[in-house]
Design a protein around this ligand. Structure first.
Ligand SMILES: Nc1ncnc2c1ncn2[C@@H]1O[C@H](COP(=O)(O)OP(=O)(O)OP(=O)(O)O)[C@@H](O)[C@H]1O
Ligand SMILES: Nc1nc2c(ncn2[C@@H]2O[C@H](COP(=O)(O)O)[C@@H](O)[C@H]2O)c(=O)[nH]1
Length: 391
């Protein structure tokens, strides 16, 4: 835990004298956590009967306050919080008055993702990440040269398993093709707008591909995850490498053509690019094929010769060949009211929903939130959370 400064850390408190130097007027309810020179102050501001959460950083050595760049989606409205420091790289925030599957959130303050974003943005950065029970189903990155059939394979998957998979809609500066719909196939963007969004940290990864900018926004992945579906990313090899280096865990699949001639044939037959663009894409394909097959970046390399065979192989990799239906765990609906810490385990006292009380079940229960095997992290989700009934 961080060193104690003004009062007991991680507890809601009023900071004597400290408040006077706050850059903005903050409500009385706040928690502080100290990591070396920085004090993270987590405040709650009221919106009707509910609260919204905000973060400020106080530098002890200079006496200066900073409002950090906050990445990710912050927890929705709630009725109070507790905060505990985990391994000096993230703060566990437990929400009161929330459902069990929404009670544990992480404010990442020094994870690899946050450190990378600090370098890119040149500012103090923190990132919100929602705690997800179990390992969940990690996103699927599908990569390979242009024209190899990635989009065709992904469409088949989405058609057969519409409630299991969700497509991460990328941003691009390239012009839409006929029949491409903004917001469905891509978010078609002006270069200047996309560059601005990159600088403000909205993207998980971006790359210059065949002369245009392409990128996966954090929101694109979160939108799919929030819908309870497994996220599929169709990105180039540069993008796959960036995702691999980020804290987002994923399964990496590289799709290769049976031959270069066949790739060229498919790309030309698709008829969506000019001759100049086809040549550029084929030149880039040579590099991508070399990198994809040799870099160790990909967990699986599949040759898309016969479309149906390749599709069946993808299904096998994703456990969709009958072994598993990929459904997510049901959530437990309970109101969180108290949190205590014991060695990477947080005991949470919960109040049942009123309809459960009416049905005669007991109205208070204790759960243990075990954070000892967290995986991944921002953007958006921290997996590996265990929640068990306390004896
Ligand atoms: N196994 C296959 N055999 C023959 N044709 C195929 C096969 N797979 C896909 N195709 C065809 O190849 C063309 C390119 O496929 P697709 O558009 O899915 O490629 P892609 O990898 O998504 O390309 P890009 O990266 O440019 O978006 C399409 O016309 C598609 O119908
Ligand atoms: N790094 C990223 N690459 C992306 C993304 N979205 C798509 N792509 C790749 O770009 C090429 C060309 O796509 P096209 O639609 O113009 O044919 C292809 O290889 C895609 O995989 C992204 O968000 N990031």
């Amino acid at each position: 835990m961080g060193e104690e400064v003004f009062a007991e850390e991680g507890q809601n408190l009023r900071m004597n004298g400290f408040d006077d130097s706050l850059p903005i007027s903050v409500p009385e309810s706040k928690t502080t956590l100290t990591i070396n020179d920085k004090i993270y102050v987590i405040t709650e501001s009221s919106k009707d009967a509910d609260l919204s959460i905000n973060v400020l950083i106080y530098f002890k050595s200079t006496g200066k306050w900073i409002t950090p760049t906050v990445l990710g989606t912050k927890p929705g409205l709630f009725k109070g919080h507790s905060a505990s420091l985990l391994n000096t790289d993230r703060i566990l925030i437990t929400k009161r008055g929330s459902e069990m599957n929404d009670c544990a959130w992480f404010l990442e303050v020094d994870t690899p993702f946050v450190r990378e974003q600090k370098k890119i943005l040149g500012t103090e950065v923190v990132a919100w990440s929602k705690g997800v029970r179990g390992d969940g189903l990690v996103p699927v990155v599908i990569s390979g040269p242009s024209g190899v059939g990635k989009g065709t394979l992904i469409s088949k998957l989405m058609e057969e398993f519409p409630s299991t998979f969700g497509f991460s809609v990328s941003h691009t500066t390239r012009l839409p093709r006929q029949k491409e719909v903004d917001g469905v196939h891509y978010h078609f963007s002006e270069r200047s707008k996309m560059e601005k969004d990159i600088l403000s940290g909205k993207f998980l990864e971006t790359a210059s591909v065949h002369g245009n900018l392409y990128g996966t926004s954090i929101e694109a992945v979160e939108t799919v995850t929030d819908s309870g579906r497994r996220c599929i990313l169709d990105i180039d090899v540069q993008g796959a490498r960036s995702v691999k280096n980020s804290s987002l865990e994923a399964v990496f699949i590289f799709i290769a053509p049976p031959s270069f001639d066949e790739l060229e044939k498919r790309l030309r037959a698709r008829g969506t690019e000019t001759e100049e663009q086809v040549e550029k894409r084929l030149r880039n394909a040579m590099i991508e094929l070399k990198e994809g097959k040799s870099s160790g970046l990909f967990d699986y390399i599949l040759i898309n010769d016969n479309l149906q065979t390749c599709y069946e192989n993808i299904k096998k990799i994703l456990g969709l060949d009958g072994a598993s239906n990929g459904s997510s765990q049901p959530c437990i609906k309970r109101e969180v009211s108290v949190c205590d810490e014991t060695d990477q385990k947080f005991v949470i006292q919960c109040q049942c929903n009123s309809n459960e009380i009416e049905n005669g079940s007991k109205n208070m229960e204790r759960f243990v939130l075990d954070v000892s095997s967290l995986k991944g992290g921002a953007p958006g989700r921290t997996r590996g959370l265990k929640i068990e009934v306390s004896n």
